[in-house]
Each structure stands twice: as structure tokens, then as C-alpha cells.
Design a protein around this ligand. Structure first.
Ligand code: CTP
Ligand code: MG
Length: 226
């Protein structure tokens, strides 16, 4: 199974002056933890890291230090996550019929979760890891007045990995460019094109490191795992 790791963000909400994926958690760059999990997943055979060329040298150093046994390629990122993933899809080896996409910033996902998604994609053309939401969610209007309260039993928080049939996902990205759709995950493009997306049980600890608080939580969880 081929894996694409979007890693070309700026980390604006982290408030750092460089890509947040190069920040250290338990003395290792965030992206190293993500790569370690991917390396540990038995069904992943190829890794493409989608990143800005300004970070390529740092990433090469990290990859070499980690002595990964799986082939790793660097792919140029775009100005949005959506663009970055599309670049990644276009750079996949032609043998790749299905792909997993996993945010570099989700450095706490376990190898088991990658493998569960890689197994499940054999039965679905689109899937995402997700977990039931714990909070009651409110839909509000532009004045902040609540419109509705959706039934919580049907609400899931989307995570990555997300897995897709490569041909279909490429087609959805191309349609997204034509229609000017702006989405925050690949499943949204798949849904908009009318394809179904299944859910694989995600992990409570699989948070996306976004703010400085998340860094502290990731630090804590990784320490607990030692
Ligand atoms: N990403 C990407 N290309 C972009 C923007 C984001 O590959 N142009 C990647 C990030 O590196 C991250 C993942 O998509 O691994 C999820 O994005 P997010 O958590 O939003 O990271 P950033 O965009 O870096 O953070 P922010 O939105 O706070 O600037
Ligand atoms: Mg972002």
C-alpha cells in the first residue's frame, strides 16, 4: 500500500516561524514520529512525503537518521492541503491503485491504525478513520444563534488515515479544481462527487498537532507509551 503524507503546511496556528512538523516532541521532530508509525505498519510499502522544497534538506536528514527500510520520496507541496494532496496523487508510482493519505501532523496514529485502514480499503473505494464525537454539536447561523442540534449518535470527528481508489480520487480532485471546491479533507471531495466513504474506527489519541497545547498533549501521550 502506498502512503502519502501531507507535510507542506506552515503551522500558523502553532505560532511557530517554521513548519510545525520540524518542531520537537520528546526530542524528535513531529514528522519523525509520523514516519516511525508508518514504518511500523506492515501493509505500508512506499511513503511519499509532500513538503515544501525549503524543508527538503531537513527532511532528508531526518529520513537518513531514522534508517527507514521503506522507500521514501519527497514531493513538492502546494499552497493548500488540497493542492498538496493533488500533487502527491500525480506523483504516485503508476502501480498504485489505492492510496492512504495521512497528515504529517497526526504523529500519534499507531501502526495498527494504518494497517486497519489498508485492510479495509480492499472492501471500500473510500474510507476515513473517525471517532464518535463526545460533545454535543450545535449548528449556528451567522449571528451565532443556534439553528439545530444534530443527533450526536450520527456525528463523527474525521481523522486520517483516509484511503481511496487512486483513479477515483484523482478524478474528484480534478473536478474540485474545475468547480473551485475548497475542502479540508479528501473525503469531502469524494462525497461531493457522489462516491461513498466508509468509516474505520479511529483512535482517541490520534490528534492533529495544531496548537501549542497539542504539543504538550502529544509529549504526554508519547511519554506514557515509553
Ligand atoms: N498541509 C500541506 N500543504 C499545505 C497545508 C497543509 O501538506 N499547503 C499539511 C500539513 O503539513 C499537515 C496537514 O496538511 O500535516 C494538516 O494541516 P494543518 O494541521 O492545518 O497544518 P498547517 O496548515 O501547517 O497548520 P495551520 O493551518 O495552523 O497553518
Ligand atoms: Mg492548515
Amino acid at each position: 500500500m502506498h502512503l502519502l503524507i501531507p507535510a507542506a503546511g506552515m503551522g500558523r496556528r502553532m505560532g511557530s516561524d517554521r513548519n510545525k512538523l520540524l518542531l520537537l516532541v520528546r526530542s524528535q521532530p513531529i514528522i519523525s514520529w509520523t514516519l516511525k508509525a508508518a514504518e511500523g505498519a506492515s501493509l505500508i510499502s512506499w511513503i511519499g512525503i509532500i513538503a515544501s522544497p525549503t524543508d527538503w534538506q531537513d527532511l532528508q536528514t531526518i529520513i537518513q537518521k531514522q534508517k527507514l527500510t521503506k522507500p521514501v520520496e519527497l514531493i513538492e507541496g502546494g499552497s493548500t492541503r488540497q493542492e498538496s494532496v493533488y500533487n502527491g496523487l500525480l506523483a504516485l508510482p503508476s502501480a498504485a491503485e489505492q492510496v492512504l493519505i495521512h497528515d504529517g501532523a497526526r504523529c500519534l496514529a499507531t501502526p495498527d491504525l494504518f494497517d486497519a485502514c489498508a485492510l479495509s480499503i480492499r472492501h471500500h473505494s473510500g474510507l476515513i478513520a473517525a471517532i464518535p464525537v463526545k460533545d454535543t454539536i450545535k449548528v449556528v447561523d451567522e449571528n451565532g444563534i443556534i439553528q439545530t442540534t444534530p443527533d450526536r449518535r450520527r456525528l463523527y470527528a474525521a481523522q486520517t488515515p483516509q484511503g481511496f481508489d487512486v483513479k477515483l480520487l484523482k478524478q474528484c480532485h480534478a473536478e474540485g479544481v474545475r468547480q473551485g471546491w475548497e475542502v479540508t479533507d479528501d473525503a469531502a471531495l469524494f462525497e461531493k462527487c457522489g462516491y461513498s466513504v466508509a468509516i474505520v474506527q479511529g483512535e482517541e489519541t490520534n490528534l492533529k498537532v495544531t496548537t501549542p497545547q497539542d504539543l504538550a498533549i502529544a509529549e504526554f501521550i508519547l511519554k506514557e507509551r515509553e
